[in-house]
Design a protein around this ligand. Structure first.
Ligand SMILES: [Zn+2]
Length: 174
């Protein structure tokens, strides 16, 4: 269980949803373990502060992320005939474990990936910015060495691809 983003900032999963909107992060043969005590369901004998919602009571599934993000609900159809994945409805028999089906789990995984896409993309920018900074420091160093070796601002400007004047303005005070 659980998908983790490259920066470890996001952990998501396909969470079964209780009728009161709470989500489960773990299950056992007794049902879905849900945090909080409402008195509506039996208390979890193992996990303090949790209730056990029977599998038959689960109303659907939703992408949940530790950061607080919530996906759209995938509704649990009452009958097999009412199941329609295009309309976000899936059927799991009342006597079965109420985990999301593999199809719904995959669909929720895709939704979660779309949720983390911006932060994953920003990691690329971070890496490029780091390289850019290092390259800039190397450029400053080699320019200083070239000046020390007697190169003119015109020579340096030509090597960098800028004018003599620009090279002078950029590095003469360093
Ligand atoms: Zn997240």
């Amino acid at each position: 269980m659980g998908w983790i983003s490259s920066d470890n900032e996001h952990e998501g999963w396909a969470a079964p949803e209780a009728p009161d909107g709470r989500h489960s992060g773990s299950s056992s043969s007794a049902g879905m373990h849900v945090k909080g005590i409402t008195g509506r369901w039996p208390r979890d004998p193992q996990l303090d502060g949790y209730e056990i919602v029977p599998d038959k009571d689960i109303v659907g599934w939703r992408g949940v992320c530790e950061c607080g993000w919530r996906g759209e609900l995938w509704e649990r159809a009452q009958t097999l005939a009412a199941a329609d994945l295009d309309r976000r409805r899936d059927y799991v028999a009342p006597e079965d474990f109420a985990d999301a089906s593999p199809q719904v789990e995959d669909a929720i995984h895709e939704e979660w990936k779309a949720h983390i896409a911006p932060s994953e993309a920003v990691l690329g920018v971070e890496a490029a910015a780091r390289d850019h900074k290092q390259a800039g420091a190397r450029l400053d160093k080699t320019v200083a060495a070239a000046r020390a070796a007697g190169a003119s601002w015109a020579d340096i400007g030509r090597a960098v691809g800028i004018s003599r004047q620009s090279a002078h303005e950029r590095w003469s005070t360093q």
